[in-house]
Design a protein around this ligand. Structure first.
Ligand code: ATP
Length: 236
């Protein structure tokens, strides 16, 4: 499938004797927002970690921008335009917003002013607070900074793991708007979120991770019915 920016083909992953992913297949079209939903412990984070080069697959291949990347180191992938913002990613609390962004820029050679300008346009609150220590900001603002740290590396594809975890409903809405703005700026987004409604509100295509396998739920307009059908089958 050459029209995909990211292709996951037959990927299996285990931790010791525990098989966490079994023959997982997924694709992400350039410019789209793709969401993976599913319960706690289903394997969503493991899939993102595997794509990001943090964990090696036992089987299968991962192709990004036409090149096989299985086994590549995370910093090599950042250079290729693939950035991963982990779940509960902690910013450096004693550093200011700008210092946190500067740290994130280290792996890439990019003009700092241009990089900062790009993220400050998306997150005006970070511009306002650029000299504030990150640890003194709200949870939602720290999450925005975590996403901004991913964006300063100028990714083609950004993977966001549970960006709304533990945030109040109003802040979840802000993060949702941020994801849409990131997408509008031309960056492809692969999102993992347990909040199905939130994921459905932003994504063009959706997958469900369940019992270590990934099921394609379809495109916008299709996935809610598919999700409900699967839930009914599970209950019934
Ligand atoms: P969550 O939302 O809690 O992150 P998830 O769907 O992302 O859930 P994973 O974090 O990928 O799920 O975990 C899948 C399974 O792999 C779980 O049973 C978990 O206990 C196990 N697991 C995850 N990381 C490790 C690890 N480093 N070592 C051993 N087992 C692990």
């Amino acid at each position: 499938m050459t029209d995909r920016i990211l292709d996951v083909d037959g990927v299996s992953v285990s931790y010791g004797d525990l098989t966490v992913l079994r023959d997982v297949n997924a694709g992400v079209a350039p410019g789209s927002v793709v969401a993976i939903v599913g319960a706690n412990g289903a394997g969503k984070t493991t899939l993102l970690r595997t794509i990001a080069g943090v964990k090696s697959p036992d089987a299968g291949t991962i192709t990004f921008r036409g090149e096989e990347i299985s086994g590549r180191e995370p910093h090599q992938l950042i250079h290729r335009g693939l950035t991963y913002v982990p779940e509960r990613h902690r910013v450096f609390p004693e550093m200011t917003v700008q210092e946190n962004l500067r740290t994130a820029l280290v792996p890439v050679e990019r003009d700092r002013r241009e990089a900062f300008e790009q993220v400050f346009e998306l997150f005006p609150i970070l511009r306002e607070r650029r000299d504030q220590e990150a640890g003194t900001m709200s949870g939602g603002q720290q999450q925005m900074l975590a996403i901004a740290q991913g964006l300063v590396t100028d990714p083609t594809l950004i993977m966001l793991d549970e960006p709304t975890l533990g945030l109040a409903p109003k802040i979840v809405e802000d993060i949702r708007d941020t994801i849409l703005a990131i997408s509008e700026s031309g960056v492809t987004v692969l999102l993992v979120d347990e909040k199905v409604e939130m994921a459905a509100a932003v994504s063009d295509e959706m997958y469900l991770m369940r019992k270590n396998t990934l099921t394609y739920l379809g495109e916008r307009g299709e996935f809610e019915a598919a999700y409900n059908r699967i839930l009914e089958e599970t209950v019934g």
